[in-house]
Structures are given as structure tokens and as C-alpha cells.
Design a protein around this ligand. Structure first.
Ligand code: FES
Length: 120
């Protein structure tokens, strides 16, 4: 049984794009106000993820163009600049560096991608 969504809950979900806008096993960048969010369609896993587009290593807006893959069972994205990898679930840097990215809940309904922006 699901808890009833309140109006406030509904407002936390940002309609980001159409699911068809994001390439299979790839990502794209969407803007929420002045924030850039990377959205990933990890179709091999049948999962969607959203993270900061900003790579914290050298402050580059590039993660949506990163290569996605898995490390063990952990879905990850590799920054295209210096290949540091981040968990798509937790945002933890899997390359051993002391930096993280923020991850956001994603849902796909009726062909549209929604990102939970409650933490922004
Ligand atoms: S800017 Fe992303 S790893 Fe260096």
C-alpha cells in the first residue's frame, strides 16, 4: 500500500523531458532553474538515474556526456575529462577521491522523465 502523495510531494517532481530525449545507455543535461542535472537512461539495467552535471574534480559541466557502466553491481558514470568515476546511486567517487556528486530520484511515467528536486 502506498502513502497518498500530497500536493507538496507532487510539486517536488520536476518534469525534465520526454524519455525519448535521452539516448539509450547514455545521458543528457537538463536545466532546473540555474542548476544543470545529468539524466541517464541506463537501458541495459532498465534503470534511470539523475546526478549533478558538474564534475567536482575540476568543476566541469560534463557528467551527462560521461560513459556509464557498472563496477561490481554498482552503476557508475566516468567523467569524460580525467575518467574519475562516480556511483549513480550514491554519488560517491569510486576512484578513491574525496569528492562526491549529488544524486536525485528519477521516475518515468507515461513517457516523461521526472526528477525529484526536493533537495534543491
Ligand atoms: S573534471 Fe571530471 S575527472 Fe577531472
Amino acid at each position: 500500500m502506498y502513502a497518498k502523495e500530497t500536493e507538496t510531494d507532487v510539486q517536488k517532481w520536476f518534469l525534465a523531458c520526454s524519455a525519448g530525449d535521452i539516448p539509450q545507455d547514455g545521458g543528457a543535461c537538463v536545466k532546473y532553474n540555474d542548476k544543470q542535472i545529468a539524466v541517464f537512461n541506463f537501458s541495459r539495467r532498465n534503470e534511470w538515474f539523475a546526478t549533478d552535471n558538474l564534475c567536482p574534480h575540476r568543476q566541469q559541466m560534463v557528467l551527462s556526456r560521461g560513459m556509464i557502466g557498472t563496477q561490481g553491481d554498482e552503476p557508475k558514470v566516468a567523467c569524460p575529462f580525467h575518467k574519475k568515476t562516480f556511483s549513480l546511486k550514491t554519488g560517491e567517487c569510486l576512484s578513491g577521491d574525496d569528492c562526491t556528486i549529488t544524486t536525485y530520484p528519477v521516475k518515468v511515467e507515461d513517457g516523461f522523465v521526472y526528477i525529484n528536486v526536493a533537495s534543491l
